[in-house]
Write a protein that binds this ligand. Structure first.
Ligand code: ZN
Length: 180
């Protein structure tokens, strides 16, 4: 960050009084600009013994597979964001059945909130951010073509849950690369 988004004057990094981290502070209006983690909300949509995955049409990791997920918008809840992303990326209507995993990516300042969902019909198609959308049996998940470590982590846990016959909340930290 170079300039204050409040007044347009230059900012510099300093530790504000009572704080213990470097922040961007405006030298003119003194506003402190906090940079905090972003939340990505996602859904693993299920239809019978299959799950719905999308092949990304956008960078990063274009051409690789993920479940529907994306950054939350101001004004929506995590559930609404997960449902919106599922419609936008896979044109699928789901009901969220459980909170499945909360995965932190401390290195890049993101937190994934992933729900499990049931598709209300077998209808789906590629949204604008997807090259294609496809149902996969759990034994056919394309593990070597998954877009992000965090997506693999959630899917692996999902497969274990289904094998065991119950879902448990999975909370973990994951090293990962950039996500859009
Ligand atoms: Zn300012």
């Amino acid at each position: 960050m170079n300039f204050c988004s409040a007044c347009g004057k230059p900012v510099s990094q300093k530790i504000p009084p009572g704080d213990n981290r470097l922040r961007f502070v405006c030298g003119s209006c003194q506003v402190i600009h906090y940079h905090n983690p972003k939340i990505v909300a996602g859904c693993i949509p299920q239809w019978e013994d299959q799950i719905l995955l999308c092949r990304r049409a956008i960078e990063p990791k274009s051409g690789l597979w993920t479940f529907p997920a994306g950054f939350m918008e101001i004004g929506e809840s995590a559930e609404q964001a997960a449902l919106r992303e599922t419609v936008e990326e896979a044109r699928a209507d789901v009901v969220l059945t459980t909170l499945h995993s909360v995965l932190s990516l401390p290195r890049i300042g993101q937190v994934y909130i992933v729900f499990a969902g049931k598709m209300l019909s077998k209808r789906f198609e590629a949204g604008i951010e997807s090259l294609e959308v496809q149902l996969f049996r759990l034994s056919d998940i394309p593990w070597d073509q998954i877009a992000f470590t965090v997506v693999s982590e959630a899917l692996q846990h999902y497969v274990e849950d289904v094998a065991r016959g119950s879902f448990t909340l999975h909370v973990a930290s994951v090293p990962d690369q950039i996500v859009s």
